[in-house]
Design a protein around this ligand. Sequence first.
Ligand SMILES: [Zn+2]
Length: 114
Amino acid sequence: MLRTSRSLTTAQLRGLVQDLNTERARLERRLALEDFDLKEIAVGVHTEIAARRDTLVAALERIADGSYGVCERCQQDIPLGRLTVMPEATHCAVCPTLAKNGSVAVPATNLVIH
Ligand SMILES: [Zn+2]
């Protein structure tokens, strides 16, 4: 009886150890995936923050050199409403649309009205 009981206990313990090893492996795999995801998210957030910082630093440099608020393409003033929403804007609302359509923006000062 004692021998049978010990045998069952050993089998049970081996089963529990096997279950624990399986669970540990599952958790390690899950943890590794979560760590990877967290790193990926952290890298993405860092990249976004760095890009945003760069555009704002560039805007500060344009303020310093007096070119802030002037469209880099057509040289017209960027409307205040656009700058309020996008202080880092480098183009008026028209030029990016024209660029997408393959048109060339002509500064209003260069237009000759007949
Ligand atoms: Zn423009």
